[in-house]
Design a protein around this ligand. Structure first.
Ligand SMILES: Nc1ncnc2c1ncn2[C@@H]1O[C@H](COP(=O)(O)OP(=O)(O)O)[C@@H](O)[C@H]1O
Ligand SMILES: [Mg+2]
Length: 226
């Protein structure tokens, strides 16, 4: 379960503190899928970064299965993120010099353990996202949709408790976007991960919050509106 209580975030700027999130609370229970929508600059990426243990809130707190990542020191927090949280960003963020399979295995490498079962899981995930003949391709040899499917496989390698996706289809055409979202939701079902996804795209939002586990939230000016 993910629980965020009264999150606020502000940044210092030359003209004073800029408030980006104000009093945001939400809880996400087992297998729920949350879609976050809102205008550009409304704080969506900041919220995801806070939920994912990447950006400490100015006030309020976050707990994932009763662990507040911001009470952990740097290396323990990095380990927590590695084991509990999967990220998919708008830009696939793959390593250009690594093959598709090695990119998928990165969370295991970062966590210090790659055994045969993880390599098998990486291959299984690439098969599941339709890239069974692309293990050895470099990102530059893949299409945009294929790269994003590699990113999805990578995010799910270690069966994260929480999968965060920030406009994962923002650079894809609508057919590839739907393909990526359908794979993402299928795989999240298999791992039982909570899903929190930011999108601008109404048809993507409908695909996710149209299911029984789906729920849509709107951010306006740093405030959450259900
Ligand atoms: N590190 C930062 N320092 C100062 N302002 C920031 C920082 N990060 C984000 N912001 C500001 O916070 C607001 C929300 O940003 P963001 O969360 O990226 O919005 P969204 O993802 O909804 O487009 C923006 O106005 C942005 O300029
Ligand atoms: Mg954003």
């Amino acid at each position: 379960m993910l629980e965020a209580r009264s999150l606020s975030k502000s940044f210092p700027t030359p003209t004073g503190r800029l408030s980006v999130l104000s009093d945001v609370s939400l809880s996400v229970t087992e297998r729920e899928r949350i879609v976050v929508m809102g205008p550009s600059g409304s704080g969506k990426s900041t919220l995801l970064a806070i939920l994912g243990g990447l950006e400490e809130p100015t006030s309020g707190n976050v707990e994932l299965d009763e662990v507040n990542p911001y009470t952990l020191n740097g290396s323990r927090r990095a380990k927590f993120r590695n084991q509990q949280i999967g990220f998919v960003f708008q830009d696939h963020c793959l390593l250009e010099s690594c093959t598709a399979l090695d990119n998928v295995l990165l969370p295991a490498l970062a966590g210090g353990r790659v055994d045969d079962s993880l390599v098998e899981r990486g291959q299984f995930l690439l098969d599941r996202v339709g890239l069974d003949r692309r293990y050895r391709h470099l990102p530059s040899e893949l299409s945009g949709g294929e790269r994003q499917r590699v990113a999805v496989a990578r995010a799910l390698l270690l069966r994260p408790t929480l999968l965060l996706a920030d406009e994962p289809t923002g650079q894809l055409d609508s057919a590839s976007a739907i393909h990526v979202i359908d794979l993402l939701t299928e795989l999240v079902d298999e791992t039982g991960s909570l899903l929190c996804i930011v999108t601008h795209d109404e048809s993507i939002a409908e695909r996710i919050d149209g299911c029984p586990q789906g729920r849509r939230l709107h951010l306006f000016d740093g405030r959450l509106i259900a």
